[in-house]
Unconditional design. Structure first.
Length: 259
């Protein structure tokens, strides 16, 4: 059985993907810039490589049957990283199945980071490698972070008519692992979490879960980016995945933090 390579394998999503792929028989390589970074999954081979420069990637991709590309720089670095990864695979003369995680609405909502993800998607589709792109809605962690950075404020600000369909990282990892061991699918059907929720309601539940008694204020935001969210371009209610809701996530988060 050919090895699997997980980029971003030391991050939250990457670690979950590694766990899902680990059946006790597969060789799983975790790409990182350090030989054994803190918090990295144990029991797996850590290969040193830098997606930004391409250094070490030839050895990392040697002989792999599939690559799950979870690494992100949250900017234009994603384009360079993806190009370097593809080039390394092509130089080795192999054709690993490249599975890429992307975001619902990247082709509609003109967020700069989304444009970079879309460019990376196109690069993968044009690479000549067998490929699968999985777009998902926002993770619970990201939605919670909108409110977490406001915890010291006297009120909670939200965006008027914005809705989200948050999905749990573990549910996304399940999907990516299944795709990695399957035939290339091209653009896989977009997936989202089990509930579509108004941003104001999400903020209210976040504050309640953390014992914060604050007024929630919704601001109206103009522009094309806001229009994409208010029109639901970030949602896929027809393809809900998983059972872990945002409220379930908040309960787990409080337990993990000892609250």
């Amino acid at each position: 059985m050919q090895p699997f390579l997980v980029t971003g394998g030391t991050g939250k999503l990457g670690r979950a993907v590694v766990q899902r792929l680990d059946d006790g028989h597969r060789e799983i390589r975790v790409l990182s810039r350090q030989a054994q970074p803190p918090g990295a999954p144990t029991g797996h081979r850590h290969v040193v490589g830098d997606l930004r420069t391409g250094q070490g990637l030839d050895a990392a991709v040697r002989g792999v049957g599939a690559i799950v590309h979870c690494a992100t720089t949250y900017g234009k670095g994603d384009i360079t990283a993806t190009r370097n990864l593809i080039d390394a695979a092509l130089r080795r003369g192999s054709t690993p199945h490249l599975v890429y995680i992307s975001i619902v609405g990247v082709d509609v909502i003109p967020v700069p980071y989304y444009r970079d993800k879309l460019a990376a998607e196109q690069m993968i589709a044009d690479s000549g490698l067998p490929w699968t792109v999985q777009r998902t809605t926002q993770f619970h962690d990201l939605v919670a972070s909108f409110f977490a950075w406001q915890r010291r404020f006297p009120l909670t600000l939200t965006l008027q008519r914005f809705r989200f369909q948050p999905i749990d990282v573990r549910d996304v990892a399940d999907q990516l692992a299944d795709l990695a061991v399957s035939e290339p699918a091209g653009r896989a059907p977009d997936i989202g979490g089990p509930q579509v929720r108004d941003m104001r309601d999400l903020a209210t539940d976040y504050d309640k879960a953390h014992g914060l008694r604050r007024r929630v204020v919704s601001l109206r935001v103009p522009g094309r980016i806001a229009r994409g969210f208010t029109q639901g371009a970030n949602l896929v209610p027809h393809n809900a995945v998983g059972t872990i809701t945002f409220d379930d996530f908040l309960i787990e988060q409080r337990k993990d933090n000892g609250e």
